[in-house]
Design a protein around this ligand. Sequence first.
Ligand SMILES: *Cc1c(COP(=O)(O)O)cnc(C)c1O
Length: 353
Amino acid sequence: MPDAPVVDLLSDTLTQPTEAMRRAMADAPVGDDVFGEDPTVRRLEERVAELLGHEDALFAPTGSMANQLCLRLHVAHGEELVADSLAHVLRAEMGAAAVLSGISSRSWVADHGLLDAAQPLALMIPDGGTYQVNTRLVVVENTHNFGGGTVQPLEQIEALRAGTQPRGVAMHLDGARLWNAHVATGVPLATYGALFDTVSVCLSKGLGAPVGSVLAGSRDLMAQARIWRKRFGGGMRQVGILAAAGLHALDHHVERLADDHARARRFAEAAAAAAPGSIDPERVQTNIVVLDVAATGWTPAGFVQEAGRRGIRLYPVSATAVRLVWHLDVDDAGTDRAIAELVPMLQAGPQTS
Ligand SMILES: *Cc1c(COP(=O)(O)O)cnc(C)c1O
């Protein structure tokens, strides 16, 4: 095995559960959650439902399953969802909506993942007739992962709601990192939640839990989701051990996301000072930095390899860019190290020996 990276910016999924989180997991009262008898799971579901301003919620093993359950609830076989072209549900869930639920999809191209309500509103066809597929759902991702941690403007979400609701098109929020949007803007989670029919959130990204996501919606939708979760193979037993990690994270790891945001911004400012074409620091609103290394002559693969040699792990996110993600296990010293190793690489460009 190669040496472990000194600073691991691959993803905010990498975090190790803290000692305190492990203790909370060990101490959790549990029961059989398929029979609805796990008190810790129930406590997590009630807490997240309340935070998001919805009637009920359901624990799911992964963010992908939480999303796919919601898509399945809103869109029948042969009907359609629309989402931006880099949305996680289209780009990073292995075609699950098509494979598992017979859902067809179309997309619009969003600038850095930023929502412009006019784009989905122009794209959707709620009454397709006998020729076009009926659009049943618009998916919004907040923050936007592959767009670079982009926070969606509340007024655009409101404009989308105003345009979809009268036409009977539902809205799902992929809020894997909604916590980051909330901490960055101060907008209450429930204000975001109220604008959507269903919401999914991840406990295993910036919040630092080892496993787990939660979906939220009406009591009726969540009752249906419970059935589909079992069908999808996601009915789990004494899973309060995992829910306890999520509850611990909600108590201790939400407000600290501001530290991740500040470190990501500090890196972006250093990168922009050395290589202005590589990043606009104003775009770095949360914990993700998408760095255009092609602007400095690097290929993403070449940059990732050289960064790895210097002890920094990154992800090549596109044909021109690499992604760096700050999280619980990268501190100020790690950020300094990333700046010290990567900024000179941007400045010098690739070696042409
Ligand atoms: C991580 C993530 C998910 C869930 O992915 P899993 O790998 O299933 O945990 C969903 N949406 C977004 C935007 C994500 O970043």
